[in-house]
Structures are given as C-alpha cells and as structure tokens.
Design a protein around this ligand. Sequence first.
Ligand SMILES: Cc1cc2nc3c(=O)[nH]c(=O)nc-3n(C[C@H](O)[C@H](O)[C@H](O)COP(=O)(O)O)c2cc1C
Length: 166
Amino acid sequence: MDILLERKSVRKYVKGDVKNKDLEYILRAAMSAPSAANMRPWQFIVVQNKETYKEIVKIHPYSKMILNAPLAILVIGDESKALGNYFAQDCAAVTQNILLAATAKKYGSVWCGIYGDKERQNKFAELFNLPKNITVFSLVIIGKSDDNSKQKDRFDAKKVKYEVWK
Ligand SMILES: Cc1cc2nc3c(=O)[nH]c(=O)nc-3n(C[C@H](O)[C@H](O)[C@H](O)COP(=O)(O)O)c2cc1C
C-alpha cells in the first residue's frame, strides 16, 4: 500500500477500537517527525472519553465525526521550547506523521485544525485544563474507516517549476 498517495481525510468510522499497539506505533511515528534543531516541543493528549467528545463538538464546528470515533489525539506543545518560530512547522510534521501512521495501520483519520484560531485554541486549552505555557495545535480523529472511496491523483505538473519562476 502506498500510504502517501492513499492517505485521505476519513470522516466516517465503523465500530471498533484502535488497538493499543497501533496507538503506540502512531505515537512513535508522531515523535519521529522532523523538528527544527531537534527541539521536539510537542506533547499529546489521547482522548477517548465520550463526554469530552461532546464538549469538543461544541467548540470545534468541523469535528462532528469525533462522535463516532474510538479515539482522537490532541497535538499540543510548548512554543517556548521550539527553535524560533518553528513551533507550528514542527507540530504540522507531527500531525502529518500521525495521519500517515494511521493510514499504514489501516485506520481512517482526519486533521482538525486548531492552531491559528486563537479563540478555538483558548477553548481547547480550557477544556483540557492546560497550563499557560502549553499551546494547542491540532486534533487528529482516528477510527476504523467506513469510507471506501479512493484518493484522487492530484499530481499537477503546472504547479512545478524548475530552477527559476518562468
Ligand atoms: C490545517 C488543516 C486543518 C484542517 N481542519 C479540518 C477540520 O477542522 N475538519 C475536517 O473535517 N477536515 C479538516 N482538514 C482536512 C482537510 O479538509 C483535507 O485535508 C482536505 O480537504 C483535503 O482532503 P484529503 O485530506 O482527503 O486529501 C484540515 C486539514 C488541514 C491541513
């Protein structure tokens, strides 16, 4: 399976848990992401509590699929531990690794954006009782996929230039 080309956002899940060993693989992959100066400013909260899910849906309008998912991972971190302004790039690499690892283990997953929307970030920080130095980056929802559609081939030669803009 070519996970890079087959990964897609999956928002429908069938019943079934994410196995503990798969969760550990996914988190190991997350923590293997590249990071500016190898600062690795990230941390994670694994969320499975259905009451928490209901609160998440109230503060994130595009996360309703969590209600049918067995698990989600909140990507958070300490911006002061990142090199310069690279916190978001480090956490984006982590988030992508989570999606790819989930795909490799045959789960469906979707990245729900939080960072960049201050109000949303603050609401998540409050919900998860985060200390002041911890910033919320993304929420990745993971479950057994109920979506058999194929990812489209999006290669577009027009997007690529060689050596200079022309
Ligand atoms: C920064 C970012 C934020 C996103 N936020 C959401 C979101 O809140 N809810 C959602 O359902 N999908 C979200 N997505 C997934 C995109 O909608 C999806 O990647 C895009 O439509 C392309 O589809 P694909 O992932 O299937 O290739 C987000 C993706 C990124 C990179």
